[in-house]
Design a binder for this molecule. Sequence first.
Ligand SMILES: *[C@@H]1O[C@H](CO)[C@@H](O)[C@H](O)[C@H]1NC(C)=O
Ligand SMILES: *[C@@H]1O[C@H](CO)[C@@H](O)[C@H](O)[C@H]1NC(C)=O
Ligand SMILES: *[C@@H]1O[C@H](CO)[C@@H](O)[C@H](O)[C@H]1NC(C)=O
Ligand SMILES: *[C@@H]1O[C@H](CO)[C@@H](O)[C@H](O)[C@H]1NC(C)=O
Ligand SMILES: *[C@@H]1O[C@H](CO)[C@@H](O)[C@H](O)[C@H]1NC(C)=O
Length: 401
Amino acid sequence: MAHARSLTTTFFLSFLLLVIFSATTSHAHNITQLLAKHPEFSTFNHYLTATHLAAEINRRQTITVLALDNAAMSSLLSKQYSIYTLKNILSLHVLTDYFGSKKLHQITDGSALTSSMFQATGSASGTSGYVNITDLKGGKVGFGTEDNDGKLNAVYVKSLKEIPYNISILQISQVLTSAEAAAPTATPSDLNLTVIMAKQGCKAFADLLIDTGAKSTFEQNLDGGLTVFCPSDAVVNAFMPRYKNLTAAHKVSLVLYHGVPIYQSLQTLKSSNGVMNTLATDGANKYDFTVQNDGEDVTLKTKVMTAKITATLKDQEPLILFKVNKVLMPRELFKPEPEPVAHAPKAAKAAKANAEENEDADAPVDDSDDQTADNENGVDKINGGKLIWMVLNLCMGIFFM
Ligand SMILES: *[C@@H]1O[C@H](CO)[C@@H](O)[C@H](O)[C@H]1NC(C)=O
Ligand SMILES: *[C@@H]1O[C@H](CO)[C@@H](O)[C@H](O)[C@H]1NC(C)=O
Ligand SMILES: *[C@@H]1O[C@H](CO)[C@@H](O)[C@H](O)[C@H]1NC(C)=O
Ligand SMILES: *[C@@H]1O[C@H](CO)[C@@H](O)[C@H](O)[C@H]1NC(C)=O
Ligand SMILES: *[C@@H]1O[C@H](CO)[C@@H](O)[C@H](O)[C@H]1NC(C)=O
């Protein structure tokens, strides 16, 4: 009896595990892998990776990629565009809707405007970034960008892969052109970091870059890619008493601690959690922090405190600027706040509510309250984790029996 019951439980749990596994694996498509089967698209495939569009494509569902063969790509490459301009042009070739070959030939009223990733990333203004798809005579399908004087300069050639309604890869005859996408983009040396920061509500932090001289270190990293975590003016101002208390060298380190010498999109941060070095990292002085998802949020955990990314202020590869809700405090410069000896839960809750109301505040008291709150919530999380662990163990048991 008992044996039978436990067997049923085990089967149920195995089933649960299968559901969990299939839920996490089924929706993933990998454009690089899908195109790798077609060597005549190797250049296009290479540039999807080089421009980081591949990651964007993999992240999205319901997407159509208008692929260009090596001949079409070489005519594009002959124009010697910068990689940033190439990214804009190629992003016109990624439609944020699903068009299988069948749907393509049965467009309502014979013509449709659909948005591309160039439109979706906010790089385009007005209607540029929209792609016009029109059914033409003799079963042909024409493609053109909306700001191309009504010219449909490319036609559908063939379908390479269709996973309804997740991703469709269709070959088109030629590069879609758009004056705006092909316009020269700012090169890294055109980007004035502190001016951009000030414009995006990080004037106080930009001033710290200038005051400490750390600005030049940030700028030297622009070419190779730079990610900046920028606390808002209110946060920096509230932190000033503690900042002023640091030695000159430590002030520099604190400011450098907010920069990472590679370009990391929000998506990359979400999918590659782990320890991250900063511009302050120097041999034994680690000055690192841990990137970790907390639901949909991305948090940066130092040994002292945890900050949260609250916005993307500027995403212009190779530069990306995130807003964070706290000044990042490295363990090299600050001690973790001691746990309160005793505390009434009610008072802590009230304090936390206050802290949330004033999200920008950066009082150390908030940190310890946050920790307390985390621990309270943690009870459920640990039990959830334990359950999955139990399920895993039970299923392993069944598989190895
Ligand atoms: C398409 O994506 C959905 C949603 O993620 C997923 O459930 C489904 O299995 C995917 N279809 C295929 C054929 O991969
Ligand atoms: C996609 O496939 C390529 C080539 O097989 C691989 O290098 C890459 O890591 C894959 N990307 C993801 C997100 O799995
Ligand atoms: C697409 O372009 C064609 C040719 O210029 C034009 O006739 C048609 O109205 C356009 N379709 C849409 C939906 O704008
Ligand atoms: C950035 O702008 C500031 C203020 O306009 C100027 O003083 C500085 O020289 C500029 N820096 C660069 C690298 O162009
Ligand atoms: C400044 O440093 C001193 C000595 O380490 C310390 O006692 C004081 O609390 C600090 N002040 C602030 C605002 O952190």
